[in-house]
Structure formats: C-alpha cells, structure tokens
Design a protein. Structure first.
Lengths: 627, 201
C-alpha cells in the first residue's frame, strides 16, 4: 500500500509538473467550467502563468517530499501516524492545487480551509509530544485569524461583483480598500514579519518532509494570493510601499532572528521569513512601478521575486530535508549537541552545504540569480526616477545586509553541525541516510544548480507569469535581459573553476592527508565543549539586534583562579509572540473572565437581565417616538 | 392590583398560592364584565379560565408543596418591604406607561392596560426576588395573568383556539413544574433554586 501511494503520488506530481510546464513554456492557458454545482456554485478552474508557476513548485516538492517520507516516516517506526501522514499529505497537495487553479471565491475559501486543516494534522503527526501539540494549536489559531479576513475579503468582493467568480477587475476602483483585508489574510499565511508568529514553532515541530512542503509551498500560497489579487484587483496607492516595507522588515529581522536560534529547524524556519521578505520586496516594488510610471524596472523586480519563489522552494526544501536527515541520524535538532557530522554523513553534508550556499545568494547558484534580478530592478528604478530613488537604494542596501547576514548564519550552521568535533554521544552513532532520502535532495539540488547555471532557460516561464500578472508587460517580458546572458556565462565559468579546484583538492586528498591535533591555545587536553558554539559564533551579530531579539541569558561564570562549575545558557524567544500577542491575548482573556461572571447560573438574576433589557428597549422606543 | 401587592407581601406559600388563585378567578370573571352581550364563546373562555386558574392550578401547586414536604416560608432575596415598594413603583410606572402607549381610542380610558402591565412587573419582581421554586411558579402565573389581561383587549379578534391553547400550555407547564419540584426536592433536599447553580456548564 505505501508503495502504491508513493508511485501514484509521484505520477500525479509529474503530470502536474508537465501541465504547469506546458502553460509556462508554451503560453497555453487552460480554462474549464463545470456543468454541475459544488456548494451552490459552478466550478471554474483556470490555469494561467501565475498559477502554473506555483503549481510547478508544488509538484516538485510534493513528489520529492513523498519519496523522502517513505524512508523518513515509515510504518515501521511510526505505526500509528504513517498512514495518516500519507493521507493528509495527499489532501494537502490536492487542496493546494485546487486553491491555485480555482477562480471562484467560495471554492477558494473551501480549499483554503481544507489545506489549513491538512496542514494542522501534518504538523501534529507526532502529537504525543507537548510542544508539537502547542505548535499545531498556534498554527491553527493563527491560520483562522487570517481566514476570517479572507472570508471578509471574498465576501466583500463577491457582493460588489454580484458573483463569487473571480477574474481581472482592475477597473472597479472601489474595491481597492479591500486589499488591506487580503494583505492581512494572505500575509499571515505567508509568514511576513509581524505576522510570522506561528511559523517558527510549526516548521520546527513538524516532520521534516512536512516542514519542507510548508516552507517550500504552503507559505508561498500566501504570496500567491497577494500576487494574484494585486494583479487582478486595483490596490490603494500606498499598497506597493507597504508590501515593500514589510518585505524589507521581514528580510532583515527574519535573518536576525535566525542568527539567534540554536535549533536547526527553527533557524531554517526564520530563514523562510527572510526569503518571504525578499519575494515581497520584488512584488512590492513591482506594484509601486505600476502605480507610478509602469516602468520597466518593476518588471525586473517582479521577475526576481517570482523566480525567488521557485528558488526558495527548492533550496529551503533541500535544507529542511537535510536537517531531517541530521535529525533522523542523531535524534536531535539542538545544534549544541551536534558537530563533526561531515565524516559520517558526506552526502547530507555536501547537499546541505550546497543549499546553504544557494540560500545565502552565492553565485553560481539559483539564489544569486533571483536576488540579482531584484537588485537590477531596484537599481534601474533608482536610476530612472528621481523622487522614489532613495527608498529603492535603501531597500537595495538592506537586501545586501540581509544576504550578508544569511551567509554568516549559514556559515554558523554548517560549521557547527558538520565541521569540528562531535559535541555529544548522539553524533558518534550517526549514519548516512538511505537512497530514498538522498534522491529527493539530489533532485532539489540539481534544480538549484540548473537555475543557477542556465537562468536564460527558465526566463520564459517567469516571463509568462509576469505577463499573466500584468498583461501590459507581456510583450516586453519575453525579451531576456542582457545581463542574464552575462550572468549565465559568468556562472558557467565560475562553476567550471570551482569544479576544477574541487577535483584538484580531491586528488590531493586521496594521495594521503596528514592529520594533526588542532592548535589548542595552550590548554591541556582540549575537549569538544571548547569549540565555538552556535550562540558564541553569532554572539556579535545577535548583540546588534538585541533590541528586538531580547535574548534571555542565564550565566553562572567561574570567578576563581581554578575552574569551578560554570553554566551558560542563552535563548532567543519569539519576541512578537511573547511581547505583543501574548499580552494582548491575556488582556482579552481577563476581560472575557470578567464578562463570564454574568453567567453564574442564578435564574433570578437572568430574569433581572431580561427585564432590564426589555425596559431599556422600551425606553429607547419611547424616547425615539417623542421628537 | 391589590392582589399583586398581597402576593408580594405574603410570607407564606399557601397565602401566596391563595392570592394567585383569587386573581385567577377575578380574571376569569373579567370578560363577562367587559362584554355587553353574553355570547357562548366568551362564557366558555370565562368558565375555563376560572376553573383552571382558580382551582386546578392552585390545587396542583398545593399538592406539589405537600409532597415536597417543605417548610412554608417564602425566603425572599428581595425583602418584603422593598418588594412592595417595587411593586407599587411598578404599578405607578405602568399607569404612566399606559398613557404613553399608542392605544386604540376605545382602550385609552380603561384600567386594563395599566393593570396588565402592573401584573407583568409584579410577576417579574416575584420571579427575581424569590428563591423557592413554587414561589417562582406563582410569579410566573401572575406574569401570565398580566399577559392574559392584555389579551382581553383583543378578545374579539383572538380565536377561541388560541385562548384554549394558552390555557392548556399553562396547565401543562404548571403540571410539569409540579413534577420537577418534586424531583428537585429529592435531588437537592431543598427547593432553593440558588442551589441549582452547581448544574451550570
């Protein structure tokens, strides 16, 4: 049965990928209306460039995750949850795909709820652990807060249009204010900065293949909503600036929070916030461009943002699957207990390092390509326009800062987890994962390399999506930017040089390697605990951001000449959750408890409420009658 | 209306029930006094009302009181003097309110409307201010009497079936309450409805 599930899921993913590819590369649009009613509405499915872009990503990650799960979450190790995991995985994929293709507000909401629930059950597969249940609950509560806004949004649009069906409606300028509802609802799902509260714990507690799907696709569905409805609907004038500002905040603060984490998967989750920020910067400035001059630069920024959706999906899924392999082999996500895994898990370590290089935006990989396009858009815009040039330059600088911090963060991760000496016994028994876990990682890594080396090949797909977003840009978008050709060549040369250097090093190593003790600063008997830890490595940078990270330190330093027992512990909480949402929630709870005293079960008092209410109503009526 | 105040002031259950039954009989006779020509329909309603409100329901209540075997104090949570003041205030308010209401010209002068409102208010005061189940039933009955009195304004347009249905509902309601009173007594060893709060949620 698991085998049948695996084969059919992978086949379905391949079919979806082929469909999406035909739309993206051949420009064919696909539309279908049913003759029967579902929930009182006719089905109206439509696959255009924007939908196909996300559908392709969903297909790749859905298939890869299914293969990975067959070894990572097998029936033998998880007899109670493996079957449920497979079922919910498919519910998740199907409802996500339906969200992407449906053009009916009501069906959109139905599918939206379906994948929210599927996501909840996938996150809580391992639900006998308390933290997993808490994470699932937080996810569900946050998702519903967002869904409420989407209900309001779709209902408002439907009542304005007189129909639940969706489509381009840019001429209805009175719909513009509803954009803010959409921004909250979709933004919450996408995990942009102040609304990301549910994301770190959910991503960290879910099984790794689920984290990969969540981070790779599910949060992108929030982005899909924003891309879709900024394209179809009129937006308020400052919408583009707001999106871009949220994007910058998400990018910089996301990576800052990531630096403060010591839990491998939690760290990766914060990097999702960062990358969502980069995507939003691209989208936000594209909206700004359409609102101001409809310029060429907005097209480049949007293309960069859309390509980054693919790229982030690929390398973040790769990283989560790599983290899953580490977790599978060692049983811990705590970086202070890992170390030296390079020798035991060469495949995982190299693939993780590749993903890390890609997410840090290093050439010649895919992260660099999309960030390059965003930079290009920002700089073109800055050159072309006087008054809005300064914010664009500022955004470009902050984007650069983000890239640098991300690089620092992933040097920390790779250094602490894979290099050095093992920090605990868990690591010494680590083993490389099997083929079913390595193969999906290889496929994703190949995707990263392919987009990095041949961005020109993938440009038409992005151009189709750009054309679907703004038909006015469709013709201009088909022209490949010159710099992309240059970039392809440069990446090719760089990759060749890198490969040659690696081969040379490999040859040298094979001839024999001298192993010696690391210089131990004059200490006798160095031990593994003397290595840099994750916290100490990132200490300086987290110090810069202490105003928002608010790290909690518990230090017990040795004071005497002779070393005594010492203790140091640092923990970076989820600041927005603990300092904003929880106090607000507690205030609401207190208020609700006060109101609850009214319901005490005494019949007499209930009757008193009744008569007071009737008397008040009578007073209102009588006073109104009297002029 | 004096009966309302009597009901508010009475400290023992039998006298409370007595007040209710006398009020019921007075109500039953009322249509006969209002109508100028005697019709069989009005007569039927009057007889049924007197029978049920004046005799059947009080009997049911007395029996419930006996079987529950409770002491006959009323146990007010609003004292007798405040209840009386409230009742008097309610009556004055009812008269004032009746002036303010947009009534048909032929009803403006009659005392029916203020009387009905005063009875409803008294019923509420009893319901709110008494804690024993049986005294609350009496409050409910007085409240219902007020509504009935109001309904007399419409006796020409209300079909017999509706009147009969209301009476039947009332009787069945009291009957059921009589049974429940017994059950409450057995379960809680008291008829104090305040003790029912343990049942919430």
């Amino acid at each position: 049965m698991p085998r049948f599930w695996l084969v059919s899921t992978v086949l379905g993913a391949v079919a979806a990928l082929a469909t999406a590819g035909s739309v993206l590369f051949q420009g064919a649009e696909w539309e279908w209306r049913s003759s029967f009613l579902v929930g009182g509405e006719f089905l109206y499915l439509r696959l255009d460039g924007v939908s196909a872009l996300f559908l392709a990503l969903l297909a790749v990650l859905g298939g890869a995750g299914a293969v990975y799960a067959s070894e990572y979450w097998p029936d033998k190790a998880h007899p109670r949850s493996a079957t449920a995991g497979r079922a919910w995985w498919n519910v998740m994929l199907a409802s996500l795909a339906f969200v992407l293709v449906t053009s009916n507000g009501l069906h959109f909401l139905l599918a939206w709820e379906a994948f929210t629930f599927a996501g909840y059950f996938l996150i809580t597969l391992d639900r006998h652990r308390r933290e997993v249940r808490a994470a699932g609950w937080l996810y569900l509560a946050a998702s519903h807060a967002g869904t409420v806004c989407l209900f309001a949004f779709f209902a408002a649009v439907a009542s304005h249009n007189g129909s639940w069906e969706l489509g381009p409606m840019r001429e209805h300028t009175d719909l513009a204010p509803f954009f803010w509802l959409a921004l909250f609802g979709f933004g919450l799902k996408s995990g942009m900065f102040p609304l990301h509260i549910w994301l770190p714990s959910a991503h960290a507690s879910a099984p790794s293949h689920v984290s990969a799907l969540f981070s790779g696709v599910t949060i992108k569905i929030g982005i899909y909503g924003l891309v879709r409805f900024t394209g179809w609907m009129p937006v308020p004038d400052i919408a583009g600036w707001v999106i871009a500002a949220l994007g910058v905040a998400s990018a910089v603060l996301g990576v800052a929070f990531a630096l403060g984490q010591h839990d491998l998967k939690r760290l990766l989750a914060y990097h999702s916030v960062e990358n969502i920020g980069i995507i939003l910067i691209g989208l936000g400035f594209a909206v700004v461009a359409t609102a101001t001059d409809g310029g060429d630069w907005g097209r480049l920024a949007l293309a960069g943002g859309l390509l980054h959706i693919w790229n982030h999906g690929l390398f973040k899924a790769l990283l989560f699957l790599g983290a899953g392999s580490v977790l599978h082999a060692t049983g811990t996500r705590e970086m202070s207990r890992l170390g030296g895994l390079w020798r035991a898990m060469p495949w995982t370590a190299s693939l993780f390092a590749l993903g890390a290089a890609a997410i840090s935006g290093l050439p010649p990989l895919n992260g660099f390509v999309s960030e390059w396009l965003v930079y290009l858009g920002l700089f073109d815009g800055a050159i072309a326009r006087g008054p809005i040039a300064w914010p664009l330059v500022l955004a470009a600088i902050l984007l650069g800062v983000t890239g640098a911090l991300a690089l620092a963060c992933f040097i920390k991760v790779c250094g602490v987890v894979f290099l050095g000496a093992p920090r605990s016994r868990a690591v010494t028994h680590a083993h490389e994962s099997g083929l079913a876990m390595r193969a999906p990682m290889l496929v994703l890594a190949a995707g990263c390399v392919a987009i990095g080396l041949a961005p020109v090949v993938f440009w038409p797909a992005v151009a189709t999506a750009v054309g679907a977003w703004r038909p006015g840009w469709a013709d201009a978008a088909t022209i490949v930017p010159d710099s992309l050709f240059a970039l392809s060549w440069a990446h090719g040369v760089l990759a060749a040089v890198g490969l040659a250097a690696a081969t040379w090093l490999w040859q040298r190593t094979r001839r024999g390697l001298q192993r010696a003790v690391t210089w131990d600063c004059g200490y006798e008997m160095p031990s593994a605990t003397m290595q840099y830890t994750a916290g100490s490595f990132a200490g300086i940078i987290t110090g810069w951001f202490a105003w928002i990270l608010r790290p909690q330190r518990h230090a017990h330093c040795p004071v005497d000449v002779f070393p005594a027992a010492a203790h140091f512990e640092e923990h970076t909480p989820e600041t927005v959750l603990e300092h904003v949402v929880e106090p607000a929630g507690a205030a609401v709870m207190r208020l609700a408890t006060l109101v609850r005293r009214l319901q005490h079960g005494r019949l007499n008092a209930y009757l008193l409420y009744l008569i007071v209410g009737v008397a008040a109503l009578a007073a209102v009526v009588l006073l109104e009658d009297r002029p | 209306m004096g009966l309302n105040l009597l009901a508010l002031a009475s400290s023992r259950l039998p006298s409370l029930i007595g007040a209710v039954s006398v009020q019921g009989i007075a109500l039953g006779v009322m249509p006969l006094l209002i109508e100028h020509e005697l019709r069989w329909l009005v007569l039927l309603v009057a007889v049924a009302t007197v029978g049920l409100k004046g005799f059947v329901i009080p009997t049911l209540l007395r029996r419930a009181m006996r079987t529950a075997n409770i002491d006959r104090e009323v146990e007010p949570s609003i004292g007798f003097v405040p209840s009386l003041l409230l009742g008097a205030g309610g009556t004055i308010a009812a008269v004032a309110l009746a002036r303010a209401l947009p009534l048909l010209p032929e009803h403006t002068g009659s005392l029916l409307v203020p009387g009905a409102l005063a009875s409803v208010l008294t019923g509420f005061v009893l319901l709110i201010g008494r804690s024993k189940a049986i005294s609350q039933v009496c409050g409910y009955l007085i409240l219902e009497n007020g509504i009935y009195l109001f309904g007399l304004l419409l006796i020409h347009s209300t079909p017999l079936l509706v009147e009969a249905g209301i009476l039947l509902d009332l009787t069945v309601g009291v009957f059921v309450i009589g049974i429940i009173v017994d059950r409450i007594q057995r379960a809680f060893d008291s008829l104090d409805t305040r003790k029912l709060t343990v049942l919430r949620e």
